[in-house]
Design a protein around this ligand. Structure first.
Ligand code: HEM
Length: 342
């Protein structure tokens, strides 16, 4: 073989290795938007910060929205889709209806980013970054977020009702619903620590405060009954952490040890079972709680992401705008969105 042929073959092999090496692109990466939208993260952060400054509870709502996204089909922004032909929105699933919040805040951040770099940054990444920024803004930990998730074109109401754990779930069932997502008992306890901020509706803890079982402090139950009457006020709110409801700290775990968990699913983490020791550890060591929380959030945010050629970059997060922009059939939407990306 002459030199010419040799170099031609080598060049061809090099070309192949570069062009078929797209799996590298399909990995999540902290630098994902460095070239395509270098100001994306700053823009999201400013937008999220402005929303939380207007309403501090929004930090809690955004953390929860990310959780409700990732546990259903993975972190693919399916939680944001409205009803449409071929889409039954997760917003109407029991854990979300009248409860999940923050959609308009994600929408506003997406609108800002779209202005900057149209069709580049996914809604799934915006949800992930928003959760991180929300934690940081209320005194919680911060962490480095890997990016490159893409958005789904489908949602699953059924999966939202089966995969998101119930507030009445016993410990073993909580552990197993986290296990199927690749999260262990320590992740469960750390992530439940998100209940150090935010609110819950009376209808969700009424049974617990009126039944006066063995795992509730009597004074705490009495206090909670004032704003959660037996037969009315379903939507009345109470803080998940009665001591410091607006700051991200480890009081949630101290409350559990005093039998002052608001939800049944909070208190089961400390009621003589296998997670008692983790709750105890976090109640004594706020630093360890925060670092485990950050690690578990990263793990959660990497549940089944759509990367590479899977999924789309949605131009809008809800049905109305997608419908206007792209929808005639699901297939048209996908090809049209892929074209936008090209
Ligand atoms: C372990 C299983 C979990 C159960 C059963 C559960 C259940 C609930 C329920 C019933 C509420 C109150 C909703 C309402 O009143 O409308 C709530 C609120 C909240 N949850 Fe969870 N949750 C769990 C895990 C998590 C995780 C993993 C996170 C985030 C990492 C999280 C973050 C929040 C936050 C921040 C709020 C307050 C939201 C707000 O004020 O808008 N939860 N959760």
């Amino acid at each position: 073989m002459g030199y010419r042929n040799y170099f031609a073959i080598m060049f061809f092999l090099l070309f192949l290795s570069v062009t078929t090496n797209t799996p590298c692109k399909a990995q999540l990466s902290t630098k994902f938007y460095d070239d395509t939208c270098p100001n994306a993260l700053r823009t999201i952060r400013n937008s999220i910060r402005a929303s939380i400054s207007r309403e501090r509870r929004m930090a809690a709502s955004l953390l929860r929205l990310h959780f409700h996204d990732c546990f259903v089909q993975g972190c693919d922004a399916s939680v944001l889709l409205d009803d449409a032909p071929k889409i039954i929105s997760e917003k109407n699933a029991l854990p979300n209806k009248g409860s999940a919040r923050g959609f308009e805040v994600i929408e506003a951040a997406k609108a800002k980013v779209e202005k900057l770099c149209p069709g580049v940054v996914s809604c799934a990444d915006i949800l992930t970054v928003a959760a991180r920024d929300a934690s940081e803004m209320v005194g919680g930990p911060s962490w480095s977020v890997k990016l490159g998730r893409r958005d789904s074109t489908t949602a699953s109401l059924v999966e939202a009702e089966t995969s998101l754990p119930s507030f009445l779930a016993p410990l073993e069932s909580l552990i197993s619903s986290f296990k199927v997502q690749g999260l262990d008992a320590r992740d469960l306890v750390a992530l439940s620590g998100a209940h150090t901020i935010g609110q819950a509706q009376c209808v969700l803890f009424r049974d617990r405060i009126y039944n006066n079982g063995s795992h509730i402090d009597a004074g705490f139950a009495r206090k909670r009954r004032h704003h959660c009457p037996k037969n009315e006020g379903n939507g009345n709110l109470a803080p998940l952490d009665l001591v410091t409801p607006n700051s991200f700290d480890n009081n949630y775990f101290k409350n559990l040890i005093q039998k002052k968990g608001l939800l049944e699913s909070d208190q089961v983490l400390y009621s003589g079972g296998s997670t008692d020791k983790i709750v105890w550890e976090y109640s004594r060591n706020p630093k360890k709680f925060k670092s485990d929380f950050a690690a578990a959030m990263i793990k959660m945010s990497e549940i089944k992401p759509l990367t590479g050629h899977k999924g789309v970059i949605r131009r809008a997060k809800n049905r109305k705008n997608i419908y206007k922009a792209f929808f005639t059939t699901g297939a048209n939407y996908i090809s049209e969105s892929s074209r936008v990306l090209a």
